[in-house]
Design a protein around this ligand. Sequence first.
Ligand code: ATP
Ligand code: MG
Length: 640
Amino acid sequence: MPKAHTSYAEFYKQSIDQPDAFWAEQAKLIDWFEPFTRVCNDDKPPFVHWFEGGKTNLCHNAVDRHLATRGEQAALIYVSSETGVEKTYSFGQLHLEVQRMAASLKAMGVGRGDRVLIYMPMIAEAAFAMLACARIGAIHCVVFGGFASGSLASRIDDALPKVIVSADAGSRSGKVTAYKPLLDEAIRLSSHKPEAVLLVDRGLAAMDMTPGRDLRWSDLRAKYMHAVVACEALDSTAISYTIYTSGTTGKPKGVQRDTGGYAVALAASMRHIFDCNAGETYFSTSDIGWVVGHSYIIYGPLIAGMATIMYEGLPTHGMDGQPNGGIWWSLVEKYKVTAMFSAPTAVRVLKKQDPALLKKYDLSSLRALYLAGEPLDEPTARWISDGLNVPIIDNYWQTETGWPLITIANGVEKKPSKFGSPGIPMYGYRVKIVNELTGDELTGPNEKGVVVIEGPTPPGFMQTIWQDDARFVNTYWKSVPGKMVYSTFDWGIRDEDGYYFILGRTDDVINVAGHRLGTREIEESISGHVSVAEVAVVGVADALKGQVAMAFVVPRDSSVLGDRAAAMKLEGEIMKRVDGDLGAVARPSRVRFVSALPKTRSGKLLRRAIQAVCEGRDAGDLTTLDDPAALQQIRERLLS
Ligand code: ATP
Ligand code: MG
């Protein structure tokens, strides 16, 4: 398809003014078994059906359709610095493995519409399982490997899987976590019981097999070595998967996605946003347990005919298990990665490594680094931008949207990024900023409000919350008075050039003596101090002022933690800085120094837990918490 559009503005305008023509054109980027008869059905808003009447298959588009032209080309490059395993699967080999997995699932009774819960570490078999589900029309529900039994059990009871695919163990920083006992305990806790469990044995931990229920992948793989399993022709609107949001702000929501719309959205994003071509290599450092892993480790790159790197391990350890802060860059060099996707939290980890590591490898294949998941602070962006010397492209999206809604579409038109801004609305997204109390649209530059999306939402966007249409409508579409718009629950502004700035979550606003302040703005100010590595600000109930801000700072120099005088001096400097940037009302009542901040397993700050601890409340659902010691440290710092 030739790139007919010259300017992004024109491209965007067409997507909004003539969505049917626009998306019918994008739909040519994928294969259809049967053509669709209607592009967009939004007769019953906020529900949208894309490409009705059309039949397609995600696995066909990700694997089979490339066999003729690139069967020998690398498709899945599996690298584990945890186990030292490195293995490349061509599209042809991937096709065989996926069919073996698909035949195994079918033999276990899995068919169209059945759920398969995937609780796995980052191993190639997890990708086979996802693609195998897509192939036979089963709905996959990937749950982040290593989640505790309780959170896994609640997801089993929500997804009601016929089969669970898992493995003996995961490994993190050389520490093996046996999954099988966690899974067995989860199945014991859940009311729903899967009929069968398929287990991949990596040889990391012994497995206690339950006869009649548990099966080994090695046995089934051998049995179905030569299986031929065709791709099912699925309705475009058929559910491809469900995935839970990160749970940063509360109970995770089971986001449900379709088949055809998602395939088209991803194919379009690979071209227009990530500016990638078939035959190149994509490297996303995320995990299949998150939406980024679904969209940009598995489906997006493969649909685009690219090789995708699936990496298990930390950014700080090499293939021999020894410390090596250059591991990711060595992979960029070795596999000639053209687009890399990571998160600000990972870059902050790398920032603590020797900067010479960035110069040690030939990174000339790399065209851009994309970062998403949380606000990208300017010092971090500058550091990596200077080090890599390629555009650093922030992209803003949510599990719910499936692909970026605010970023820069360099595949359409090269546009400069602005530090602190993810960019401008992506094609198909009617992004608005509204006053959260009146619902009025804020059209002026730099007016702060809630970022919302007007329907109809574009392809790839969530269909609903799994088995809970009412929660979908009530949670997302009814929070702004007088208007049915989708709320992102994030604050934002748009500047005079149309660039958006995300100012944090609507949950993260505090009210100090009648002044409404975003904790994110206070964090921005504090993180600008040279001695600050990381910071979290929360509002804490105060009898006099309503709320006060409390700051938890990870100092760049850890000696501050044990040096009272140095800590008091830095606290004073930080307060002064906030005074200068935002005014005295925003000044934190206290600044506490800690060695780490509590984060979710996906690297997001868990402010609600910090706030609960500060207010002496129960910290709530902590199953998504990565490092309990960090929260404990906050508890201790409050007392000291
Ligand atoms: P939950 O919805 O369960 O509380 P969550 O919102 O953390 O969890 P995700 O869907 O993983 O779950 O995260 C999306 C959110 O992450 C966005 O709404 C926004 O707050 C934040 N975010 C993502 N990308 C960016 C970005 N580039 N800049 C600023 N914030 C971002
Ligand atoms: Mg969210």
